[in-house]
Write a protein of this length. Structure first.
Length: 298
């Protein structure tokens, strides 16, 4: 039976406005402090993150907290460092602007105890908007805010599904077996990468509907400037991810991007017919910038 204890990894880069509350959500867990550790990976922050983290550690002496600095820039480097630093078999990742419900860690450890063949779990990610949800937001743009809600039924993740990075748990053994996260992916596609790699080895990865985190969506995130940057980065990293597999995978993914771009045009028309012009416009823009990012990646 797998050890119930858990290593919680929180990777951070210049999110001083949010990491304090994220850490406090971990201090308020129903799981006994004896059953988990917190590993904070500072990925070269230049703001007040270090001061906030060290203050949190000083105020919570009962918690087992490790604070390390990862000099190699990129989320995958930070997440791999978390694997190296962890001392328990269950490794959970949340973001530095995500807030775990009080039963979050207990749900994970209980599930692994009751289902020893499990290699991974994920759950709901609910956006917490700093300002109101944009009027253009719709289900086709859930990836933009890392939203995941697959309903109220527990199930295995299917072939084309995987845990979102701010609510993502795997065993250390499976992460090591698949070679860890891809350090070429600096930003976002590493949760998809690891989900696919794990799937090649085991399908024992489960969606738990009561496993919930809230994910901050700050004002800048929903700005037009960031929307374009996000979409371009998304396309860039998908190109890097599939190009590492083989030429066929790259060409196949490129074709998929083009098909989805055409599809987004018809989705836009559908929204326009309903008078939802902003939803239509941004749905098309999302696919346009993502496709451009894919095909312009060096």
């Amino acid at each position: 039976m797998i050890n119930r204890k858990l290593s919680l990894v929180i990777c951070t880069f210049n999110r001083a406005d949010f990491i304090g509350e994220a850490l406090r959500s971990l201090a308020n867990q129903s799981l006994s402090p004896d059953d988990f550790e917190i590993i904070i990976i500072n990925n070269n922050c230049t703001d007040d993150t270090e001061q906030i983290c060290l203050s949190f550690i000083a105020k919570h002496p009962s918690l087992d907290v490790i604070y390390v600095i990862e000099k190699n820039q990129g989320l995958s480097f930070a997440r791999n460092r978390g694997i190296e630093e962890s001392k328990y078999e269950i490794i959970t990742y949340i973001d530095d602007d995500a807030y775990a419900s009080p039963s979050f860690l207990s749900i994970i450890t209980d599930f692994f105890k009751e289902n020893p063949k499990t290699v991974g779990v994920g759950g709901k990610v609910i956006p917490r908007y700093e300002i109101a949800e944009p009027k253009w937001m719709n289900s086709y743009l859930d990836g933009f805010v890392a939203k995941l809600d697959m309903g109220h039924k527990q199930m295995r993740f299917s072939k084309f599904q995987y845990p979102v990075g701010c609510n993502m748990t795997y065993t250390k053994s499976i992460l090591k077996k698949v070679g860890g996260f891809n350090n070429k992916l600096k930003w976002r596609a590493d949760d998809k990468y690891i989900g696919i790699k794990v799937r090649e080895v085991s399908d024992e990865v489960y969606y738990l509907p009561n496993l919930v985190v809230e994910h901050t969506i700050d004002a800048y995130r929903t700005s037009d400037e960031n929307f374009k940057k996000f979409c371009l980065k998304f396309g860039n990293e998908e190109a890097i991810r599939v190009r590492d597999i083989n030429l066929f995978s790259y060409l196949n993914k490129g074709l998929e991007f083009l098909i989805k771009l055409v599809g987004s045009f018809f989705l836009m028309l559908g929204f326009y017919l309903k008078g939802q012009f902003a939803k239509g416009k941004y749905t098309l823009m999302y696919r346009w910038w993502a496709t451009l990012g894919f095909f312009t990646t060096k």
